[in-house]
Design a protein around this ligand. Structure first.
Ligand SMILES: Cc1ncc(COP(=O)(O)O)c(C=O)c1O
Length: 407
């Protein structure tokens, strides 16, 4: 083998990952979807499990829109009209009518002047933070922010990087005060919804702090929020953490690949910021966008969420989430209460978390165990994600499976 010594080194790293419990391991392969029937939502078939149906409680598809016939039809029609891929990055030849229509809809949905689409929310965050972080910028970031924010800040450099304990606004303000006078620009960046726990940033207070300290920075204090788990899943009309807190970020990032049920990411902001990012963001300038079919499907999904059907789906989602949380509490189990459809079951023990996830799977329920180091020691949990295509029978089935796990 010409690269044997490299492979030996990589194998040692893989073994270390497995031994420390950080390896993701073999992926579940879906081989089919059984449509909703008999008062139950869709069921999923898995490779190696024959025709055993599984209830999926670990999907980010909070509204069940991936299988919505009109979303699928919009994608099909656009693929037939424009082809399956964009053909090139946008400034060369990649902008199709569905991309511009999607951006128009996203800007309107979020009440902003402009929007731009990326291939994913991860790419959006990696694409926008580095061009905005100058050598005279302080970046202030929540300790539980998503990996894309952490890596974007690393890539950018910047004058200073400050991490405040999760949701600790006094610490955030301390960093703003300390950087005043030495940095021209400050960027406060946070997840909207924190996906491990389903809790959210105190956006109104963060924006208020930013405005209060703004005068100390010649190029302002900018609030950037990644609400990939919040948009489409949280708030009366699905506008996420901004809707629930009544505040608006300067720059909002979200995904098209979770509640909207398609794929891709986007940014909404003021027109000058978006114009600047279209010229300077490497993951926009030098990397393909989503395909025109995905753009058309996403535009349809946004239209649905923005209309009465979206309101009904979100109301049902809240009812199913409340039913599941009430069921956990009735069994004497610990959760973090809230309206977001991420419902963590706090197990607080690695072996029990792993055993309970295996028990659920054996009983046809898919949920995700989160152990250290993904979550802090003592916070081991099983993350359940409720979807608008779950029915009361589905929720009760999951609760019954949990009740059968020996205490
Ligand atoms: C806060 C946040 N940002 C970005 C992403 C990634 O989204 P995408 O799959 O569109 O890249 C996630 C997904 O888990 C997320 O939670």
């Amino acid at each position: 083998m010409p690269v044997q010594r490299l492979e030996d080194s990589l194998s040692a790293e893989l073994t270390a990952l497995q031994q420390s419990g950080r390896a993701k391991g073999r992926e579940t392969v879906f081989t089919g979807v059984v449509p909703a029937a008999g008062g139950r939502g869709p069921r999923y078939l898995l490779d190696g499990e024959g025709d055993k149906p599984f209830l999926r409680m670990n999907s980010n598809g909070y509204l069940g829109l991936a299988m919505a016939p009109d979303v699928v039809a919009a994608e099909e029609a656009a693929v037939r009209a424009f082809g399956s891929g964009p053909g090139a990055v946008r400034f060369i030849s990649g902008t199709w009518a569905p991309h511009t229509e999607l951006e128009r809809r996203l800007a309107a949905f979020h009440g902003r002047p402009a929007a731009m689409v990326f291939s994913s929310a991860y790419a959006a965050v990696m694409g926008i933070l580095p061009p905005l972080i100058t050598p005279e910028t302080v970046v202030i970031s929540d300790a539980l922010n998503h990996n894309c924010i952490i890596n974007a800040i690393r890539l950018a450099g910047g004058a200073a990087k400050q991490v405040y304990p999760h949701l600790d606004l006094a610490a955030l303000e301390g960093h703003l005060t300390a950087a005043a006078g030495s940095c021209r620009r400050a960027i406060v960046v946070t997840d909207g919804i924190f996906s491990m726990r389903g809790d959210h940033a105190a956006l109104a207070e963060i924006v208020e702090l930013a405005r209060r300290h703004d005068g100390a920075f010649p190029e302002n204090v900018l609030v950037v929020v990644d609400d990939s788990h919040g948009v489409g899943a949280f708030g009366e009309t699905g506008r996420g953490t901004e809707e629930v807190t009544g505040a608006q970020a300067d720059i909002l990032v979200a995904t098209l690949g979770k509640a909207f049920g398609v794929n891709g990411g986007y940014v909404v902001a003021g027109a000058t910021v978006i114009d600047y990012l279209r010229e300077t963001s490497p993951l926009y300038v030098f990397s393909n966008p989503i395909g025109p079919g995905e753009a058309a499907a996403a535009a349809k999904a946004v239209e649905i969420v923005d209309g009465p059907r979206g309101g009904q789906m979100l109301a049902h989602l809240r009812r199913m989430t409340a039913r599941f949380e009430a069921g956990l509490t009735a069994q004497g189990l610990e959760t973090i209460p809230g309206e977001h459809p991420v419902v963590p079951l706090m197990v607080r023990d690695t072996a029990r978390t792993t055993a309970c996830v295996a028990h659920l799977r054996a009983h046809g329920v898919l949920a995700t165990g989160l152990n250290y180091p993904v979550v802090p020691k003592g916070d081991e949990e099983i993350r359940f994600q409720i979807s608008a295509d779950h029915t009361p029978l589905d929720i009760d089935e999951a609760l019954a499976a949990l009740a059968g796990f020996p205490t």
